[in-house]
Design a protein around this ligand. Structure first.
Ligand SMILES: Nc1ncnc2c1ncn2[C@@H]1O[C@H](COP(=O)(O)OP(=O)(O)OP(=O)(O)O)[C@@H](O)[C@H]1O
Length: 292
């Protein structure tokens, strides 16, 4: 079954079950993607390059696995291509004309090339959710922020949406703080709460991969700790890729780390090994603070 067909089947199944058995809402939610038991990969980059519209080659021939239900951290000095790589994973660059992908980003188990001509960027963004550096809730209620992705996905049944909103807010460890004011403005939440709400918004359509672009850089230490705890919890049910400038954060919360420099992947491996026994002198220089 193709990528698009899989999504459509998941939607249809959810709606049908719900309409038939309104009291049994749990079975009606879009399912959290199952673990890739027979295949430890959720995605892989194959000889992937990226060119901005002005011709700048920001990513150079990167090949890298993205392990299922692991946290993968992307680290490296400013301008090395971390955000460009992350944004490629959910086709964010398509929003600006002239940008160009080369190579493959293959999502497992469908073996579908996310940057292929027959992949729909809107569907890709539902399967690969993204959270940005600064919390950016929509100027809407807490409920509507989380429901937004479900509506894009074509789900209209209000009970299904209610349940999915609650599930996403619970998974994002913010349900208890907002359950009594779901219809209040998202702007009335603190910065840390807004960021967890943005995580809930990205999680609601049950993506296979969650991308986090420096998600704590605008937060205070307490809010940062909550988001870090949340990321670790989430990695039991969703594959996470995080860009961070904070090496302690990468060491604390990731299972795999990718070190990039000047658009190239210099080293990729188990996080503990990267931080305690890097194989490449460039990685060692970066993690010991000699540049970047
Ligand atoms: N819209 C753009 N057009 C042309 N070049 C760009 C554009 N955006 C970024 N670049 C260039 O692409 C390269 C990678 O940038 P990117 O933002 O991905 O790096 P980064 O590692 O995320 O940096 P930082 O840590 O500072 O956020 C840089 O050389 C940058 O100048």
């Amino acid at each position: 079954m193709s990528y698009t067909e899989t999504l459509s089947a998941r939607n249809t199944a959810s709606e049908t079950v719900k309409d038939a058995t309104p009291e049994s809402t749990t079975e009606s939610l879009p399912p959290i993607p199952p673990a890739a038991e027979s295949n430890p990969l959720r995605a892989r980059m194959e000889d992937f390059s990226f060119f901005y519209a002005d011709g700048t080659q920001a990513i150079k021939n990167v090949s890298m696995p993205i392990l299922d239900r692991h946290v993968t951290a992307i680290i490296g000095p400013s301008g090395c291509g971390k955000s460009t790589l992350l944004r490629s994973l959910n086709r964010m660059h398509d929003l600006y004309p002239g940008n160009r992908y080369q190579g493959k980003i293959v999502l497992e188990p469908e073996e579908e090339n996310l940057i292929g001509d027959d992949s729909d960027p809107v569907l890709v963004r539902l399967r690969v959710g993204m959270v940005f550096q600064k919390p950016n809730p929509f100027p809407k209620s807490i409920y509507e922020n989380v429901a937004a992705g479900l509506r894009v996905r074509g789900i209209k049944n209000s009970s299904v949406i209610d349940e999915a909103v609650e599930q996403a807010l619970r998974r994002s460890a913010i349900w208890d703080e907002v359950k009594d004011k779901l219809h209040g403005s998202a702007y009335e939440l603190s910065g840390g709460q807004q960021q967890r709400l943005c995580i809930a918004r990205a999680l609601a359509p049950n993506p296979e991969i969650l991308l986090l672009d420096e998600p704590t850089s605008a937060l205070d230490p307490i809010a940062t700790a909550k988001v870090e705890d949340l990321v670790q919890e989430l990695s039991e049910t969703v594959t996470v890729v995080i860009v961070t400038h904070n090496m302690q954060q990468a060491a604390r919360i990731s299972h795999r780390t990718a070190f990039m420099y000047l658009g190239e992947l210099i080293e990729f491996g188990v996080t503990d090994n990267i931080f305690t026994n890097p194989q490449h002198p460039g990685t060692e220089s970066y993690i010991t603070g000699r540049y970047g």
